[in-house]
Structures are given as C-alpha cells and as structure tokens.
Design a protein around this ligand. Structure first.
Ligand code: NAD
Length: 248
C-alpha cells in the first residue's frame, strides 16, 4: 500500500482530463489537497471537483495557459496563496501539432515547445523557492517515449519531450541535497483524446508495434506518478517508462 499524502498539496497542470485527470484522482485517493489547472476544459474541471469532493479531498481549480510564462508562474503563486505550500508538482499539460518538417510552421514549433517544455521551466522555477524553504518537494514531469525514440512527423513534440528529460536530469542534480526529487514519466501510446486524433488505420499499425499489443490506460500512467509522489523518496533524475514495451 502506498504511503498516505494527507498533509501534502499537489498541483497538476492540464489536470481536468485524460492522464492528468487520473493523476488528480489518484492523488486525491491518497489524501492530497489538490490544485487542478485547466486551460479551456471548464466543464470537465467542475465535474472533477465534484468527484474529488466525493473521495473526501479538497480541490481548487485554476484556469491558466501554462505556455505563457506569466500565467504559469501565476498559477503556482495562486496555489501557494491558497494552501501556503506546494509539495507535489505534476507537469502534465501537453499538446501535439504533428507535421513533417516540410509542412511544419514556426507557430506549430513554438506552440508545442512553449506548451510542453517551456511551461515545465516556468512552473518548476516558480515552485522551487517554497520547496527549498521547506526542504521537501516531488516534481514529476510527463514526457513521452517519443522524446526518447523520436517519431516521424513529430519533430516539435519529440524535441519538447526530449527536452523535458534533459531538464529533469539537470534540475534533479541541483536540488537533490534539498530533499527535492525531479523525475520524468515517459508514457507510450495511451488511450486519451490525444491518441483519438490518430486515424484508425494508423492506430492499427501502432498496435502491431507495441509488444503488449494494447494501448496504455490513463490510470496506468497515474499510478506511476503517485508512486513517485508517495514512495519514491530515493528516486531522482530518472525517466520511468510506462509504455507496454514500445521503447526499451
Ligand atoms: P489530453 O489532450 O487528453 O490532455 C492534455 C491536457 O493538457 C488537457 O487537459 C489540456 O487542456 C491540457 N493543456 C494543453 N495545453 C495547455 C496549456 N497551454 N495550459 C494548460 N493546460 C493545457 O492528452 P493526454 O494524453 O492526457 O496528455 C497528457 C500528457 O501525457 C501530455 O503531456 C502528453 O504529451 C503526454 N503523453 C500522452 C500520450 C498519449 O498517447 N496519450 C503519450 C505520451 C505522453
């Protein structure tokens, strides 16, 4: 059984749907007080609050676009203003804008890098002072196996997710002595809205390349995240693959 997190506060970016929603729910089940960020899914965020209340935990929802530095840093500040502390930061928000390099525009590049990678720098740099003061922190960044292996038509996404892994390893070295761990989770293909954008025939091709012959479930990613938050005290700077074997 995982260690309870009753006195802990967690922020999950993009936490209202998909993998982020499952992470929020799993953290709530361990007693964490939550701040759930959403960009535009307000109905999903409202329904999540109700679900979390039924679990018996507290949840604040905060609208912010984490690709914008002021909003991302303001998001962390709102959590600190509300709860007075931040123990667990899960950088989950992410987008894809898949195109081959021939067709990729500057906007496609910048939107994905700003949302997936720069947001991680913004929130981590905003959260660290409080974590350093309290000599405690668990930061979990959601990367992707695409950041490790690369993928056709995903140069922007792969760069953002590979960047997260490199950032994680570097930042983890700087704060390890302060009892702050920073790790990356690298999911494989997982059944969410992001995967449903992929055409059916391509999904079939993908399945044939996954050794476990099935897509991951959002909760399977969430359980790895909460393990790091609750019991990963001596794990830092790692990339944990939850991918059905698609990249080993
Ligand atoms: P999703 O599209 O269901 O969820 C993404 C979440 O990020 C949404 O809640 C969305 O509102 C939020 N978001 C996007 N841009 C934002 C912004 N600028 N500010 C705030 N929130 C923003 O997709 P998902 O599959 O649940 O993705 C969650 C994470 O997992 C992403 O980082 C994604 O790259 C990663 N991932 C997903 C898969 C997969 O196959 N689904 C595989 C590997 C990694």
């Amino acid at each position: 059984m995982l260690t309870r997190l009753d006195d802990k506060v967690a922020l999950v970016t993009g936490g209202a749907r998909g993998i982020g929603r499952e992470i929020s729910l799993e953290l709530a089940r361990l007693g964490t007080k939550l701040a759930v960020n959403y960009r535009s899914s307000s109905a999903e965020a409202e329904s999540l609050v109700e679900e979390i209340k039924q679990i018996g935990s507290e949840c604040q929802i905060i609208q912010a676009d984490v690709s914008k530095k002021d909003q991302a840093r303001g998001l962390v500040q709102q959590v600190l203003d509300h709860y007075g502390q931040l123990d667990i930061l899960v950088n989950n928000a992410g987008i894809t804008k898949d195109k081959t390099l021939k067709k990729l525009t500057d906007d496609d590049w910048e939107d994905v890098i700003n949302t997936n990678l720069n947001s991680v720098y913004y929130t981590v740099s905003a959260a660290l002072p409080n974590m350093l003061e309290r000599q405690h922190g668990r930061i979990i960044n959601i990367s992707s196996f695409v950041g490790q292996a690369g993928n056709f038509g995903q140069s922007n996404y792969a760069a953002s997710k590979g960047g997260i892994i490199a950032f994680t390893k570097s930042a983890a070295q700087e704060v390890a002595k302060n009892n702050i761990t920073i790790n990356a989770i690298a999911p494989g293909f997982t059944e969410t809205d992001m995967l449903s954008q992929v055409p059916e025939n391509i999904r079939e091709q993908i399945l044939s390349k996954i050794p476990m012959r099935r897509f991951g479930k959002p909760n399977e990613i969430a359980r790895a995240v909460v393990f790091l938050a609750a019991d990963g005290d001596y794990i830092t700077g790692q990339q944990i693959n939850v991918n059905g074997g698609v990249y080993m």
